[in-house]
Design a protein around this ligand. Structure first.
Ligand code: CAA
Length: 697
């Protein structure tokens, strides 16, 4: 017997207890152990039932994802599930914690399922670019009907035990030790003369409008293949006998396993977990965090305060005047009311947060007890320095002093205080209580335990925290500035902003760069261009047509006009003819003859610009690992998850081809398209970004 499965006899019942921490993933040893355990139970005198149960925090979290992409090893999971189901003994699964993917499929192979009240089940394979591959698409619809099965499989969501009971996925809910309640249930079934109940022998699923369901899943997936494929697999459960349906499912699973999307999504899964795991912080203890201060109650400050309150921290928010303080309080209360509406907190909790946990004040002295303070005031170095001077004067020793600046020099801010070791950048993304990304900007003098405290705060707030070094724009905004410039150049040369936005949303981005600019406010880019005008290199190409629009007072969505025209009450906007006119005028002035761009070329140039700048950041040490960049783009910039991030995308294309394209673009504009030295080195050495991730692990 495998040491991953404990075998015990309790009277007529054999218990197979899975022991594969942390989450009982179905590694080869677990699969083999379950298979052997079934055979032993069947061979032993007097055994009438088998109870499958998990030890530790979960029943089974699914297939062992670390085995994906490697040659499959027997016993295969579908065979194991079929083998469990075909047993002449009565098989019961007792589920606690999560039963996901292959974990739920093992349970569906059992004849009866009992679960803890707080247990969660689901088939999240679509989040890994796959479909359930061990009978999930064939057995689940036989229990729930096609529509519910499609909803559960294509969303990949976790279903709580009470809903799972209602849907027929489990048979009973009972609180207690999973093995104890499982044994009692199995005994009760034996005593009542219950018979085996293989789902495969239940009637096939009733048909629905499969094409409509397929189209809906395809649209929702925004280019992701697996949810739409899952619909076809469920269709097989209605149209094919069980055994044939299993083969159909298996073929689709195997085909998806070969896709770039599967690789991209699994890279995203592991990177999301690795990103805040910094070797430099091993053994470093973060400082205690109970109460934090926030300076500035605008959209950003109020968002940060909201996120902190929701995570259980007390907050002191500072505004300059009484009126602004009142408005900040209302803004935070509004955000929290949203959380009540979405069922995240109760009305009582809302009252407690807005009256007891939140204090809004106009006095810096109110910050004397806070453990960490985040400044979210106007982006101006002099203003920031004044704020930090006041914080330096009132905050207790050991208080972490953080700036939410999105591009200013954190070293300069730190040097203006008497405690640079306590100063750090914490760059949130707006709205801060919604967006998952947090860039933790480490300045030259920042103490390791201050960095660890930044990561601890990120964890409390449920953020994906990424370490960044100091430079203009840190990781995200510096890369954004570069790929935005590539898009601007394409506009000057003949691609319309609307073709570019469409090509990039077709590629999978949540929004195109020009729609994003309208949302963020065109005045932001305008101010940046003015700020940088003096230091421009003579070869730098900067379009000015959009400045003409800003001069007319049009700043995007907030003024109703930008690249697009927005009508009140309507979602999205329509192309603004004034933009086309201004672009044509600029092309004429510069003597540019516009040319056609294919969507493929648009995507390629945009992506190459992104990867090249990212490789420069890595070479400079601003970002430590390629996966850090991937997570910034995924969680802060709407990058399609199924590509895994820009560095994973580049690896999947082959770095040689990416470098070749950059070098060919450089023949038109050598200043903008300077290949990153790191990219050249990697190509010369035949390595890729993933190799760098592995070396840093
Ligand atoms: N395989 C291998 N390792 C896994 C794993 C899996 N299925 N699920 C989780 N882990 C690992 C994580 O990588 C993490 O490892 P480190 O501590 O080394 O970083 C550890 O287990 C704990 O995971 P989390 O940090 O995510 O812990 P959590 O409590 O926040 O979440 C969880 C636990 C809900 C199980 C979450 O990890 C999760 O969603 N896991 C993936 C579940 C999944 O997708 N299952 C389907 C697999 S595909 C399948 O089963 C297809 C098939 O039919 C063949």
């Amino acid at each position: 017997m495998s040491d991953k499965i404990a075998y015990e006899r309790h009277g007529d019942i054999a218990v197979l207890r899975i022991q594969n921490p942390p989450v009982n993933a179905l590694s080869q040893a677990v699969r083999a152990g379950l298979q052997d355990g079934m055979s032993r139970a069947e061979a032993e005198e007097g055994v009438r039932a088998v109870l499958i149960v998990g030890e530790g925090r979960a029943f089974i979290a699914g297939a062992d994802i670390t085995e994906f992409g490697k040659p499959p090893q027997e016993p295969y999971l579908p065979d194991l599930c079929n083998r469990i189901e075909a047993s002449p003994l009565l098989v019961v699964a007792s589920m606690h914690g999560v039963s996901l993917g292959g974990g739920l499929e093992v349970a569906l192979g059992a004849h009866y399922r009992i679960a803890q009240p707080n247990a969660r089940v689901g088939l999240p394979e679509v989040h890994l670019g796959l479909i359930p591959g061990a009978g999930g698409t064939q057995r689940l619809p036989r229990l729930t009907g096609a529509e519910a099965a499609i909803e559960v499989i294509t969303s990949g969501r976790h279903v709580m035990a009470p809903e799972a009971l209602e849907l027929g996925i489990i048979d009973r809910i009972e609180e207690g030790d999973p093995q104890t309640v499982g044994l009692a249930y199995a005994q009760e079934l034996l005593d009542s003369g219950a018979t085996r109940r293989p789902i495969s022998e239940m009637p096939g699923t009733a048909p629905i409008d499969w094409d409509a369901a397929y189209e809906a899943a395809f649209r929702k997936g925004r280019g992701q293949i697996s949810p739409a494929q899952a619909v076809r697999a469920v269709q097989a459960s209605a149209e094919e006998p069980f055994k044939v349906g299993m083969k159909t499912e298996r073929q689709m699973f195997v085909d998806l396993m070969e896709t770039d999307q599967r690789q991209g999504m699994i890279h995203a899964f592991f990177s999301e977990r690795a990103v805040s795991n910094l070797p430099e912080l091993k053994g470093v203890t973060p400082r205690d965090l109970h109460e934090i201060g926030v300076i500035g109650g605008g959209t950003m400050g109020a968002g940060i305060a909201t996120a902190a309150l929701l995570s259980g921290l007390k907050v002191v928010l500072i505004e300059m005047k009484d009126e602004a303080a009142k408005a900040a309080h209302e803004r935070i209360a509004g955000n929290l009311q949203g959380a009540v509406k979405r069922g995240k907190i109760s009305q009582d909790k809302y009252e407690a947060l807005t009256t007891e946990a939140l204090k809004v004040s106009t006095e810096y002295a109110s910050l004397s007890d806070v453990d960490l303070v985040i400044e979210a005031v106007f982006e101006d170095m002099d203003v920031k320095k004044q704020v930090f001077a006041q914080l330096d004067a009132v905050c207790k020793p050991g208080c972490v002093l953080a700036s939410n600046t999105s591009y200013l020099d954190v070293n300069e801010i730190a040097a203006s205080t008497s405690r640079p070791g306590d100063v750090i950048g914490l760059h949130f993304f707006s709205p801060a209580h919604v967006m998952k990304l947090l860039e933790i900007v480490v300045a030259d003098a920042t103490a390791p335990e201050v960095v660890a405290t930044g990561f601890a705060l990120g964890k409390m707030l449920g953020k994906v925290s990424v370490r960044a070094g100091v430079c203009d724009g840190f990781i995200g905004n510096r890369i954004l500035a570069t790929y935005r410039t590539a898009a601007d150049h394409m506009v000057l040369d003949g691609a319309s902003p609307y073709q570019i936005d469409k090509a990039l949303t077709d590629f999978g981005f949540a929004m195109g760069p020009f729609a994003v600019a309208d949302l963020a406010g065109l005045d932001i880019g305008w101010a940046t261009r003015k700020r940088k005008a003096a230091d421009r290199h003579p070869d730098e190409r900067v379009p000015t047509y959009i400045d003409r629009l800003c001069e007319q007072g049009h700043f995007g969505q907030k003024t109703g006009q930008g690249y697009y025209i927005y009508e009140k009450g309507k979602r999205g906007g329509v192309p603004n003819p004034e933009i086309t006119r201004l672009i044509e005028a600029e092309q004429k002035e510069r003597g540019i003859t516009p040319r056609d761009f294919t969507d493929r070329e648009i995507v390629r140039r945009y992506m190459c610009a992104m990867v090249n700048e990212a490789a420069k950041l890595l070479g400079e040490g601003i970002a430590r690992r390629p996966l850090d960049i991937d997570m910034v783009l995924l969680f802060g910039y709407g990058f399609p998850r199924y590509w895994g991030g820009p560095m994973k995308w580049a690896d999947l294309q082959g770095l040689e081809s990416v470098l070749r394209d950059i070098e060919s673009y450089a023949t038109e504009d050598a200043w903008f398209w300077q290949p990153a030295p790191l990219l050249k080195t990697l190509v010369a050495e035949g390595r890729n970004f993933d190799d760098l991730n592995k070396e840093a692990a």
